[in-house]
Structure formats: C-alpha cells, structure tokens
Ligand binder design. Sequence first.
Ligand SMILES: *Cc1c(COP(=O)(O)O)cnc(C)c1O
Length: 428
Amino acid sequence: MSTTKHDSHSRTIGDKPLHPESLMMGYGYRPELSQGAIKPPLFLTSTFVFNTAEEGKAFFELAYGLRKEDPGEEMGLIYSRLNNPDLEILEDRLTLWDGAAAAAVFESGMAAISTTLLTFLTPGDVILFSEPVYGGTDYLLKHILPRFGIRPVGVLANGGAAAFERAVMDSAVRQHVHMIYIETPANPTNALVDIAACAELARRLSQPDKQVVLAVDNTFLGPLWQHPLQHGADIVIYSATKYIGGHSDLIAGVALGSKSLVNQIKGFRTILGTMASPMTGWMLLRSLETLKLRMTSQMKNARYVADFLADHPKIECVHYLGHLSPDSPEHALYRRQCVAPGSMISFELVGGEGEAFRFLNALQLFRLAVSLGGTESLAEHPASMTHSDVDPEERIEMGITANMVRLSIGVEHPEDLIADLEQALAAV
Ligand SMILES: *Cc1c(COP(=O)(O)O)cnc(C)c1O
C-alpha cells in the first residue's frame, strides 16, 4: 500500500481530527485486502481458513483470553460467531459517534440488552432501572431476570434524580445493586433521566471488588444527539433497528463502552450466540453513510410537526424535547445532556382511546406501525401496542394514557406531514 494514501485506520489528516461523518465511508476497511473493492464485500462465510496450525492456536489463545496480545498483534478471523470482517468494520465505525473504545454488534436490540444484563448480573443482585422502558426490556426485567434470582427495582423517570436516591435508602437495595439501567429519553413519554447523577450514584455504590455498571439505552437520541459515555455512563446500548439502520429493513443492536467491559460482553455473546449476521453488518455499514443526513433531516422535520401540533385545538399536550419550558429543571437537564431534540414526538388528544384510534385510522402518509427512526414517518398507540404488556395502573403512573399517540418523524417534506396530520385531526 502506498504510504501517501489515507490509511483506513487513521482518524486524522495531519494532526486535524476528522468528524465521524467523514469516516463513515471508509474507516476500518482496507480495499487492498478485498481486490480493491471500494466497499467492504459481504463475507457470507461461517468459518475462516488458518494458514498454519500455529496461527490457529495463536488466534484461539487471544479469543479465549488465555494470554495477552503481543504488541501490534491483531486478533485473527476464526468463526463468524466470534468475529467476521463485516462486523469488525462496523464495530470500529460505531465507536466513533459515541467516542467509545469498543463496540459489540447483535442481531437485535433485545439481544444487546439481554446479553449485556446477563454479563454483569448474578443471582442475588439488584438492578435499578428507570420506568418506563421499552416493552421488551420491561418484560425481561420483571419476568425473566427474577427467574435467575435477580431483583428488578423500578424508579419512575419523572421522579428525577431524587427518586433514585430514595430507592437506595433501602439497605437491601443499596447493598446488592450491581447495575443501573436507564432509558433516556424514555419511550414513549420523552421523560429525561439524569445520566451524570446516575453515574455518580453508581460510583458511590461501587466497592473495590464490585463495579456498579451504568448502562444507558440511547436508542431515541443517539448516536448523534446524546453521548452518554461523556456523562459518565459505562455502557451505551442501541436498538440499531431504529435510527442506525434507519430504513425499517433490518433488526440489530449494539453495546459500546471500554475495552474491558465490551470484551466481557463479547465473551457472553460468543457463548449465547447473539451476534449479528454478516448480512446485517453489511446493511448497517451502508446505513451509517447517511446516518447524519437522515437524523438531521428528521430532527428538522420534527420541529415543524411539533409546532403545528402544539397549536391545534384537538390536542391536549405535546411531549417533545424542543418544547420544554425554558425555566423547568427538565430543560436544564436537556441542555446539559442532549445536543438536539431528535425526532420522536408523543401527544395526547382531547378525548380517549376512541379519538386516538379515529386519528390513527385516518392517516394517509404516516404509516400505522410500531418501531421508529426509519426514513418513513410512523404513528402508533403506545397504551394498546408497544406498552400493552405493562401493568395498566403502572402505565398511568408512567404517563402512558389512552389518548396518547406516538410519532416517529421521517425524511418526507414537512408540509406533507403536516397536511396529513391536519386532515386526520379533522376526522376526529
Ligand atoms: C426497539 C427498541 C428496543 C428493542 O430493540 P429491537 O431491535 O427491536 O430488539 C430497545 N430499546 C428501545 C428504546 C427501542 O426503541
């Protein structure tokens, strides 16, 4: 390779650091290893041929942590449950947005979440978590982890940092907490949880032989508009099905953090078999090239839509991060923690489920579907769809009402989105 060419592992030109969006097309990929192809080929292969038995032995020693790598030694390719070029290039690129040392890619967001929780929790542990969380996460915490002797303790996101402090006043909770798991902004209410305050609490509860790990589900704003590692989080988790994939054509997940924590997670991923397939990795590499364009366009569109909804007489209230009242504590937290308001909006119609359903059934451009973060705009009814599994009383406490509709704003023309909302509201 010519030394004057841009090295695929360089993040700078001279001493000028490059922005992540400039690195999404080539970083981590060496064309000379793939016949000069400008894009990484899809490596549909289950296993990799070793040059010698000694090489195979050396790769396995590293893969199973039997020895430390020699200076400059790179882990070789073994078997696609452990590693694969499409996943390795993708993981390198994903670290850039969050400023993480390492990343692990999974076949779903739930695979990222379940593998991470199983890595750090053991029987007798408590996991503190913010509520509401994604429906699947809620089920994992409340119905599956207790079967393994792990106790979930929920803390309402709208109770602020004080609610977390109250939860750990109980000594049985304080002594056994091994993880804090938060989702911010919360789905579907957009309630914010203070990442730095939770990080400080995790440090305070950690002991020399037990690190309390703070994991943040950053699906709603990340990886562009919120960077939890900068606020003290240990692990960042994504459903890459949403903004990172961005085209509603795949399911995937990511966990990011320090090398030592992510290596532990990867050890579990290898055994649980929750890694992403090469095809998923390849599609995500393609998606990453337009991530900033998509998220920026969606964010701008959402502002127009939220402004329209806020003024509409048939709408009781709008939950949108760009509309927080300037002197509220939520706004101060938003300014500390978030870069932009993103493109998730929920709102409450005047009325109940009947009004919400009439509105949803009248939409023409917005599609009636769960999921979010794709190029097309979506609408759904959290109480009867994404959050129908949550106990009805708890649902109300979390602020998920029968008249609530959640919107994910896409890249269409904002005037068309507003025209559709206007005609659907007229039908209510
Ligand atoms: C969708 C979602 C998940 C689950 O991800 P999958 O890719 O569907 O497994 C987890 N957290 C949040 C916030 C989500 O929106």
